[in-house]
Design a protein around this ligand. Structure first.
Ligand SMILES: *[C@@H]1O[C@H](CO)[C@@H](O)[C@H](O)[C@H]1NC(C)=O
Ligand SMILES: *[C@@H]1O[C@H](CO)[C@@H](O)[C@H](O)[C@H]1NC(C)=O
Ligand SMILES: *[C@@H]1O[C@H](CO)[C@@H](O)[C@H](O)[C@H]1NC(C)=O
Ligand SMILES: *[C@@H]1O[C@H](CO)[C@@H](O)[C@H](O)[C@H]1NC(C)=O
Ligand SMILES: *[C@@H]1O[C@H](CO)[C@@H](O)[C@H](O)[C@H]1NC(C)=O
Ligand SMILES: *[C@@H]1O[C@H](CO)[C@@H](O)[C@H](O)[C@H]1NC(C)=O
Length: 642
């Protein structure tokens, strides 16, 4: 019997070998990597178009495998304007360099004309050639001499802050494949970004060329996802569709360059003790060894580290965008709940999950929000808002006896001056006791909401994620259970101990709080230029240190009620504003370093556009500095950067 079955197996094997040798082989290019003047580039396998070219035309231009660096200029300019144009390109695009300008295909050049001119401002001269395509966008390309095909150029960067789980190439039809390139890096991925020159922002494509990282809980067509879990990645096949949220960004022209690290199943995790399956990203601020926070950790670390990345898409259920934004000194938003469908996104709690951004640029923030949230977002671009005059503060410092207190006190007073309003310290517990709804009974906010958040996330995620995952894994692994990090396990275990009625109680308690808060504290105002009855501020980060080399305790269940939970339950927008930094001694570098101070500002539900406009206005008024990449508020090198 044993003999027969092994014979059958070997027969089957030889048959399949035969099948392989007789069918024609499929050879597919996944792109090519080169260096040009010591800069690493990736050559896309998807041609942008073909040019009419004679094989000898480019004999003076260097090549590898018959591929030459060239430049396409569609602008209607004369040869004498080329130096200024190329200088401009060099400044606005990190991909273009004069190494591409040895051969320039210039629109309007007569077909017989071929000149050799000095346009580079140094001794090298450029070949100026006729351009017979009107559709290939301007910019640098690699031209295949045998076919005349122009291949788009991507510059390659080392993901030194360990922010990504997969490097992606967005194909011309908006699906994805892994980007097959590697530059030197210590156990890090290589990310490729396309030339900014290929893209022109239009009404239909306002995000054209904007480079985006996406949290690895959003499904993208053509990629496998991990949700921060290795077993998940290996178990499930490639996704077939991209969900509504990310597809909206792609349709508006965004360039998705990779999937970014999430703490596991988007549960909160500390860098050292909790990240078992993957290594937590590195926070670039200060000494470079602070916790990046979670769960949108890769989004925060990357936007704080990389000039070449414009925006990260994260998700916020209980602070997963706000907290990484705060400690990495970025703008970031937990939007009003329910602004965009979260189909094809891993849920933590459908009642509380939101999709938002981490960014340095408040203008890209506005455009990206308009696209992601569609008609649910009211941009105030070009408008003059009538900002709310009441500014509530929660637990705000009153004594300017530390740098952080001083920065926070001064920020709120400058904000009040700017909007022509008054600040008012709000004690939420007292306000609740004075005006809570009769249906709530005689309970404090902590009694009402202490277990509400962990009830939502554990009851929902065990049912929607854990159960199908465990069943699917067991089915193909002989009944085995997949590995799961300690933090999600601790939370799921709490849910297992709750009765089935707990989710209904959580919804009741959340609704009681939400209805009270949205009528008593941050009521909407029926004037789009004001939108909200008040602004509410709390401290997001006060320049403290939380180094990642400290061994913390095992994960616990996130009980309790705090300022950060207000937007979670009330469904109001809660946007992070980086307002300053504190210098203090780092135990790691034995040197003074700067650590971020950030403030959360909330407004009535639906007033997301007002908060983004406020960010723009405060930057323009010089009240806050637009965040830069690097160690400090003024930028500077990231430690450990190559
Ligand atoms: C440019 O030349 C290529 C190669 O000869 C040809 O395929 C293409 O149609 C031409 N394009 C235009 C716009 O003339
Ligand atoms: C998109 O393009 C890729 C790469 O050419 C291809 O494999 C895939 O089938 C295309 N998908 C769709 C939906 O057109
Ligand atoms: C600053 O003042 C507050 C309130 O008066 C006090 O609690 C705190 O200990 C003081 N901190 C320092 C560093 O003096
Ligand atoms: C509400 O509860 C508090 C604290 O338990 C108690 O002091 C107070 O008397 C109660 N009020 C009413 C109206 O029951
Ligand atoms: C919140 O609930 C947990 C679990 O029941 C309990 O251990 C904890 O003491 C509660 N905290 C407060 C402040 O009531
Ligand atoms: C709901 O609120 C009650 C107090 O009214 C509290 O005892 C209970 O633990 C809360 N349950 C959840 C799931 O929030």
């Amino acid at each position: 019997m044993a003999f027969i079955s092994s014979w059958l197996r070997s027969l089957a094997l030889s048959l399949s070998l035969l099948a392989v040798t007789t069918s024609s082989s499929e050879l597919v290019s996944t792109g090519l990597s080169v260096t040009l003047n010591d800069v690493y580039y990736y050559i896309s396998p998807y041609s942008s178009g073909e040019l009419d070219i004679h094989p000898s035309d480019l004999s003076s231009v260097p090549s590898v495998h018959g591929i030459h660096p060239v430049t396409v200029v569609q602008d209607a300019i004369s040869e004498s304007d080329l130096p200024d144009l190329l200088e401009d390109w060099d400044r606005i695009d990190d991909v273009f360099q004069t190494g591409f300008a040895q051969a320039i295909f210039l629109a309007g050049t007569p077909s017989t004309c071929k000149t050799n001119t000095k346009v580079l401002g140094h001794d090298d001269s450029s070949l100026i050639l006729p351009l017979n395509s009107t559709t290939v966008p301007s910019g640098p390309y690699f031209l295949e001499i045998a076919t005349g095909a122009l291949y788009p150029v991507y510059r390659l960067y080392d993901d030194f802050s360990d922010s990504f789980t997969e490097s992606l190439l967005q194909t011309p039809n908006g699906t994805f494949q892994p980007l097959s390139a590697q530059v030197p890096g210590s156990a890090t991925l290589t990310i490729g970004v396309p030339s900014r020159l290929y893209f022109t922002k239009t009404r239909e494509k306002p995000l054209a060329g904007v480079r985006v990282g996406v949290k690895d809980i959003y499904q993208l067509a053509g990629t496998k996802g991990s949700n921060g879990n290795r077993a998940w990645y290996s178990l499930y096949p490639k996704n077939k569709v991209t969900g509504t949220a990310i597809q909206r960004l792609i349709d508006a022209g965004a360039q998705i360059v990779g999937l970014q690290k999430s703490s596991q199943f988007a549960n909160g995790e500390q860098a050292t003790q909790d990240w078992v399956d993957y290594h937590s990203p590195f926070n670039p601020r200060g000494d470079g060894y602070q916790n990046p926070s979670s769960s949108s950790s890769g989004g925060g670390a990357s936007i704080g580290s990389y000039e070449w990345l414009d925006v990260a898409v994260g998700s916020d259920t209980g602070g997963s965008i706000r907290s990484p934004s705060s400690v990495q000194r970025l703008f970031g938003n937990r939007p009003s709940h329910g602004l965009v469908s979260l189909d094809h996104v891993m849920p933590l709690s459908t009642a509380l999950d939101t999709s938002g951004f981490l960014t340095r640029d408040p203008y890209i923030w506005d455009v990206a929000s308009s696209i992601l949230y569609g008609k649910n977002y009211k941009s105030l671009e070009g408008e003059k808002p009538n900002y709310p005059k009441t500014i509530y503060t929660l637990n705000w410092p009153t004594n300017p006896n530390t740098t952080a207190n001083n920065v926070l006190i001064s920020f709120v007073s400058r904000l009040a001056d700017f909007v022509g309003g008054r600040t008012k310290d709000l004690n939420l517990n007292t306000a609740w006791a004075a005006s809570r709804p009769a249906g709530a009974g005689n309970v404090t906010l902590t009694q009402l909401l202490n277990i509400t958040y962990p009830t939502f996330i554990s009851k929902e995620q065990t049912a929607l994620v854990r159960e199908p995952f465990y069943a699917d894994y067991a089915a193909v692994h002989d009944g085995r259970r997949p590995f799961v990090n300690p933090a999600p396990l601790a939370r799921w275990a709490f849910g297992d101990g709750l009765p089935d009625s707990a989710l209904g109680d959580a919804i009741r308690n959340k609704t009681l709080f939400m209805d009270w808060f949205n009528s008593q504290v941050l009521p909407p105002v029926n004037d789009p230029l004001q939108c909200s009855g008040a602004l509410l501020l709390y401290v997001g980060s006060s320049g403290g240190q939380n180094p990642r080399n400290q061994y913390g305790p095992p994960p616990t269940v996130p009980f309790g009620f705090s300022s950060g939970r207000i937007s979670v339950f009330s469904e109001c927008p809660d946007h992070v504003f980086p307002v300053g930094q504190v210098s203090s001694r780092s135990a790691i570098t034995q040197h003074d370093e700067f650590f971020p101070i950030a403030v959360d500002i909330m407004a009535a539900k639906g007033c997301d556009g007002l908060l983004v406009k406020l960010a723009q206005d405060l930057v323009e008024a010089g009240i806050i500095a637009e965040p830069m990449v690097g160690q400090t508020i003024l930028g500077g090198d990231v430690l450990m950067k190559k």
